[in-house]
Design a protein around this ligand. Structure first.
Ligand code: G3H
Ligand code: 13P
Ligand code: ZN
Length: 309
């Protein structure tokens, strides 16, 4: 199998009212967990790597690892760059064989975001690679960039942006945020804004347009408690409740990004394994516990996003 083009997969997901999960990877265990989850559920998914993941694993190593892992997987898997910050990293990933890249110009002034996104779209499309862009800003920390307050996506600007850039999907800001500390009070998403963004973009494109939700981990209290039982200190962590994500998926979100929940599941299981087996010094034993829990979490996400009953 080679990496899948996400565009027909988005159309299939939108026509069946489910969203594809996009899962962050950075090593053998995370890659194997994602591929096994796709195999077991028979639902296509995104495997995505951030700039931080690429510098941790090495670009060539990561591409070779994911390529090898999907060889016997009959389910379409998209290899995607998460939060590409400039043209250079997007070009490197396109050239290295990714089937999808994100150019994240959301921190730039509007016209500069358009210019940068269009530049990436022109390059990527020539090579058959899809492009996700972002408009509006999410609170939280990605790599070394920290955003204090969200700026919600403006619907009219979103339609103009898609028309001017030709991006294949758009990440929007409607209340989610990156990391494990998303809400201090009640968790809410701006569904009216989501509906309007979708409507005005589709008046321009004339076809169902894939919206993307970043910062969509649910940060389960059970997993927080489990990690804390084995020594983690996580404080007031809080994520996006699953019923809000389900509503967003039914309203036309076609891709949902999850990283924090995978980190939490793996960390909790590895901590448990180390504490419960103090004589073990074989990393394969605790890493395989972590890998299995990432797989379980991804399969749960796939069902939550409507990909499988
Ligand atoms: O949205 C960002 C992802 O969670 C990636 O995080 O940059 O620490 O790999 P990272
Ligand atoms: P979480 O931090 O909520 O998992 O979001 C991940 C993400 O948006 C990756 O791009
Ligand atoms: Zn993100």
């Amino acid at each position: 199998m080679s990496f899948a083009d996400p565009r027909p997969l988005f159309q299939k997901a939108l026509s069946q009212s489910f969203a594809m999960g996009a899962f962050n990877v950075y090593n053998l265990e995370t890659v194997q967990a994602a591929v096994s989850a796709a195999n077991d559920t028979s639902v296509p998914l995104f495997i995505q790597a951030s700039k931080g993941a690429i510098s941790y694993a090495g670009l060539d190593c990561l591409v070779a690892l994911v390529s090898a892992a999907i060889q016997d997987c009959p389910i379409p898997i998209v290899l995607h760059l998460d939060h590409g910050e400039d043209f250079d990293i997007c070009k490197k990933c396109v050239d290295a064989g990714f089937s999808s890249v994100m150019i994240d110009g959301s921190s730039l002034p509007y016209m500069e975001n358009i210019k940068l996104t269009k530049e990436v779209v022109d390059y990527a499309h020539k090579k058959g690679v899809a492009v996700e862009a972002e408009l509006g800003q999410l609170k939280g920390v990605e790599d070394d960039v920290s955003v204090e307050e969200s700026t919600y996506t403006d619907p009219a600007q979103a339609a103009d942006f898609v028309q001017k850039t030709g991006c294949d999907s758009l990440a929007i800001s409607i209340g989610t945020s990156h990391g494990a500390y998303k809400f201090s009070g009640t968790a809410t998403l701006d569904f009216a804004r989501l509906a309007l963004i979708k409507k005005v973009i589709e008046e321009i494109t004339g076809y169902p347009y894939p919206l993307v939700l970043h910062g969509a981990s649910s940060v389960s209290m059970d997993w927080i408690a489990h990690a804390e039982k084995y020594g983690a200190v996580l404080g007031d962590a809080k994520g996006v409740p699953e019923d809000l994500l389900q509503k967003a998926c039914k309203m036309g979100v076609a891709k949902v990004n999850v990283d924090t929940d995978l980190r939490l599941a793996m960390t909790a299981r590895v901590r448990e394994s180390l504490v419960e087996n103090p004589k073990n010094i074989d990393p394969r034993k605790y890493l395989s516990s972590g890998r299995q829990e990432i797989q379980n979490t991804i399969e749960h996400k796939i069902r939550t996003f409507g990909g499988r009953e």
